[in-house]
Design a protein around this ligand. Sequence first.
Ligand SMILES: Cc1cc2nc3c(=O)[nH]c(=O)nc-3n(C[C@H](O)[C@H](O)[C@H](O)COP(=O)(O)OP(=O)(O)OC[C@H]3O[C@@H](n4cnc5c(N)ncnc54)[C@H](O)[C@@H]3O)c2cc1C
Length: 601
Amino acid sequence: MPADPIDYAALDEAADCNYWEYDPTLRGVAERLYPESELDWARDRLSAFGEVCGTTIAHNADLVDQNPPELHTYDDYGEVQNHVEYHPKQFENERLTYGEFGLSHDVFHAPEDRDGPLGMGHALLMQTLLSYADQGFTCPASMTVGAALVLEKFDDGPLEEFFQQLTTDDYDEHIEGAMFLTEKQGGSDVGANETRAEPADPETVSDDAPEDAEVYRLYGEKWFCSNIDGQGALALARTPDADEGTAGLSLFLVPHEVDSEPNGQVYRRLKDKLGTLSVPTGEIEFEGAEAYLVGEEERGFKYMAEMMNYERLSNAAASVSAIGRTLLAAKVRAADREAFGNVLEEYPLMRRDLVEMTVDYEAAAAFTFEAARLLDVQEREGDDSDAYRLMRLLIPIAKYRTARMAVDGTSYAMEILGGNGYVSGFVTERFFRDAQVLPIWEGPSNVLSLDVLRALEREQAAESLLPYVQDRLDAVEHPHLEPLAEEVRSAFADLQQGLATLAGEDGDYAQYHAKKLADLVFDVVTGALLLEQAQDDIESGDGRRALVAEGFVNTRFRDESRAIDEGERFAMTDQVFDAVARYASVDPAELVTAPEPTADD
Ligand SMILES: Cc1cc2nc3c(=O)[nH]c(=O)nc-3n(C[C@H](O)[C@H](O)[C@H](O)COP(=O)(O)OP(=O)(O)OC[C@H]3O[C@@H](n4cnc5c(N)ncnc54)[C@H](O)[C@@H]3O)c2cc1C
């Protein structure tokens, strides 16, 4: 059925609404992400979760942000207790997320009314809705899924009970994951990790230790530990005589407590952070903490890379929702607020802002969830598939680009809310603070761009990328889309030229250009994806995404300095504003017949 433009004036703010129903971009993403057999089930689940996120969880998140977790390292008698005190509303958010909506359950076990578990893309889309409400809480939620993923793949039995607790939808039994990599001397440079793991004296092992686990004791410190008291935390450490660098690292599960007592570690302090206050991030000193080896010794970095892929995609999903939630706030404000006698959204410059921000949002979501889809496909097809090589290339780019877009997007949405947007209590203030961490944790932009070079070199990712882009551009047939595809083809030729040049240059030169290369891959792949999807939508009777693709090509590939001379009025028209920013359907026939408006219109 054709969609009417969304009436954002019907809302007072970007809360007390269903985030799923108010977000046709995410609904469009789901159409491509899920296999046909899962789609109806997933839609109902996402809609119900979108309602809870837009009401209870969003309001609880405001309260938790104003009353963040506090650490009580010692009890009144000076004994270490490592107690983190949470606002009670945090527990309600956890019960809803893990218990009622099975966020870490449904991708590992069949939900009650289904035959099998869903793909990882489902957890990522659920996390996107959760991050619409609480960017901080998404961090432990995502690490819970990530830790379970590692145990499912690499533990051959001893840690089964932890896996079951991480993935249960019985909230009373549920535990959360965490990942402790960073030390003072190295966050990106994980190979510099110094934390030691000594085999434990069997006489001293706790009653809680799993029967067949290889038990060690950890000594050293970790400098940034989010969800510090996660009972299912994974940490990298070096066993005696292990190699230097990443090759010598092993992975351990380090519980927060054993035998209901603190586990040989001291939570030194929580970081006094700018944002994501709902998740406690702190420093840990290991003083012989009981730890269980995951898989085999000295394979920890490989195992952790599996979790990092998921966490980086989670970061991209959180970036998508940082843009989505604050854009919703901006649209509500622009539809409600009058200035100089008109509502803001009537003014050409504001229309342009909202159209361009929506196009950016569509681009971030399309790229992120294409990488998520590939994550699921490569799981079925294995390491020697195009999906694997593409996933390795696209995930670091998704994380890098969407995080920077989220910083810009939340900042500009704040500006659209005017002075209020800067004030505590308005969603833009919290999300602006929260978004600043998105480019930093899970790897900063430079480090991710260097990972892109590794994917090209070690996985030969370009061999899979080139036909992938070509196929999508070849699918474009509609006359409105053809000239747009030409622009993307030209950038695609530049990308191929760039790849050929880098292949013949030294490593320093490649590093110097790595971020620009990542930008170009993002723009070309996103352009090709949006055009392919626009063609599909046209065939199903809707031309809206053709306008989204046009907006993307205009801002990424066309020379904007000449646009003033050339009478460019794309976002001024009612058709484009209603279609792109307010998600109204467009009859494909209007795409070809409507000429570009001129100054005389
Ligand atoms: C709120 C918060 C929570 C966190 N939670 C966790 C957690 O739970 N677990 C965990 O393990 N870590 C966590 N971290 C740490 C985080 O992952 C690291 O801070 C991050 O990976 C960067 O590492 P670093 O701080 O050592 O910076 P560095 O690696 O020193 O990087 C500093 C700068 O140098 C650049 N750079 C580094 N290497 C190169 C290079 N070769 N070429 C060019 N530029 C380079 C980077 O891009 C960056 O801009 C958290 C951090 C924050 C802020």
